[in-house]
Design a binder for this molecule. Structure first.
Ligand code: SF4
Length: 425
């Protein structure tokens, strides 16, 4: 039964197409606290003692920042929001619920997701999120096998993950779960078991990533010193193919490289990142992406931002303030520090092509036309034709170019070729 909260994938695309353009369509709030750091993690997160006072001050400051930009009108066209981490459920339930409620006051929120980890999610968190207006919860499970979880450095057990998923499904929120493939000690059977457990427990959405060894992590050091094998490309591909096989047979569709959903459970917020919708982010390392006009509106509120001297068409801001600095800002967005990346119209168009190729919706007619304008028809067609000849893209009835199965598995080749269109030499 379709309702405001349940969209079929085609509607999800249509939703953003008909979105009333404004300064931003999506809001991301980053909560950088975790009970301890996982062995593979290079995200912006830090091990934090349970109930550390910093977390309350940080949440209160984020809450005040949302109000400040909201009262200024920056969130008038807001359609989705995502409270991510780190581990947002490290916050006290009322702090997390207040944050959700603050976001819900602005725009016309269609989807409000919150990430959670099994070890810290409580019934009080679920109640506070629901009362605050959250519509969706995304649990970082990774595996249901205790030995695999232990090696990954995760805090929770398989049983704890089962309980957290059961409670989330019972709460009435839409539920997503993250799993990881090609991890140490994992076998094809144990990976299949983890996927089947998540399906059996009633999730409507799964994100399944292969393990990537990131520099600076304990796993990286273990690979460097020869104590751990680098996961092979074959094992990554095998895991992705196995996930696709199991989930497709169970009525899920893959709509992005690593995202699967039951009909109507596509994550609208993530889709915004892949279709060029402008978004705003607050919190440690949170990113924002706006066009030149949106940037000028941001500058009125944050005069510390430099002028758009190069007349960039798209600007990406990454917050460089620490958790303590954000907490001590007490909601004053003028105290925030940012790193800024500027993109020309040509670079922005190439980026849009590359991001669209991550999704099964692909590169639609409208996007092709925009790319022709910014890059030139000849260059765009030559690259797309080449990718089609190599069997990595194909054209479908709507005129969109979508990745083939091979293009999905060799995504980096597709993205690299499309990004090469950013430069004119
Ligand atoms: S829970 Fe997530 S963010 Fe926190 S350390 Fe583990 S992988 Fe990183």
């Amino acid at each position: 039964m379709p309702s405001a909260l349940y969209l079929v994938p085609a509607d999800a695309q249509e939703f953003w197409r008909s979105w009333t353009s404004g300064p931003v369509g999506a809001l991301y709030l980053h909560v950088p606290f975790c009970l301890r750091k996982c062995a593979y993690c290079d995200f912006a997160s830090c091990a934090t003692p349970h109930q550390a006072p910093l977390m309350h001050d940080y949440a209160r400051s984020l809450h005040a920042m949302v109000r400040q930009v909201g009262e200024y009108g920056l969130l008038d066209s807001l359609a989705t929001a995502y409270i991510g981490g780190g581990t947002p459920t490290m916050l006290a339930p009322h702090d997390l619920g207040n944050l959700a409620a603050a976001v819900q006051r602005y725009g016309a929120i269609r989807e409000l997701s919150c990430e959670a980890n099994p070890e810290s999610l409580t019934p009080d968190h679920l109640a506070a999120l629901r009362d605050g207006g959250a519509t969706r919860i995304s649990l970082g499970v990774q595996s249901f096998i205790d030995e695999e979880l232990r090696v990954l450095g995760r805090v929770h057990t398989g049983q704890k993950a089962r309980e957290a998923l059961q409670a989330s499904v019972a709460s009435g929120l839409r539920v997503s779960c993250d799993l990881m493939g090609a991890t140490p000690r994992q076998t094809p059977q144990s990976f299949a078991y983890s996927i089947e457990q998540a399906i059996w427990l009633g999730v409507g959405h799964l994100s399944i990533y292969p393990l990537i060894i990131e520099e600076g992590t304990p796993f990286y050091a273990a690979v460097e010193s020869g104590h751990m094998a680098q996961p092979s490309e074959d094992s990554e591909a095998d895991a992705m193919l196995a996930a696709q096989r199991i989930l497709t047979a169970q009525g899920f569709s893959r709509y992005e490289v690593a995202s699967y959903s039951r009909p109507g459970e596509v994550c609208l917020h993530n889709l915004a990142y892949w279709n060029g919708t402008p978004y705003l982010g607050f919190g440690v390392a949170a990113a924002s992406m706006v066009d030149a006009a949106g940037y000028e509106v941001l500058r009125q509120l944050m005069p510390q931002l430099p002028r758009n001297a190069s007349a960039a068409a798209r600007l990406r801001l990454s917050c460089t303030s620490s958790a303590t600095e954000i907490a001590e800002a007490y909601g004053d967005v003028e105290a925030l520090k940012f790193e800024i990346e500027s993109l020309t119209a040509r670079e922005a168009a190439a980026e849009d092509l590359m991001l669209a190729a991550r999704t099964t919706f692909g590169i639609g007619r409208e996007l092709q036309e925009r790319a022709y304008e910014a890059i030139g028809r000849e260059a765009v067609d030559a690259t797309i034709d080449d990718l089609c000849e190599r069997g990595l893209l194909k054209q479908v009835a709507s005129g969109a170019y979508v990745p083939t199965q091979q293009g999905w598995l060799l995504g980096n080749e597709v993205y690299g070729a499309l990004w090469d269109l950013a430069s004119d030499n």
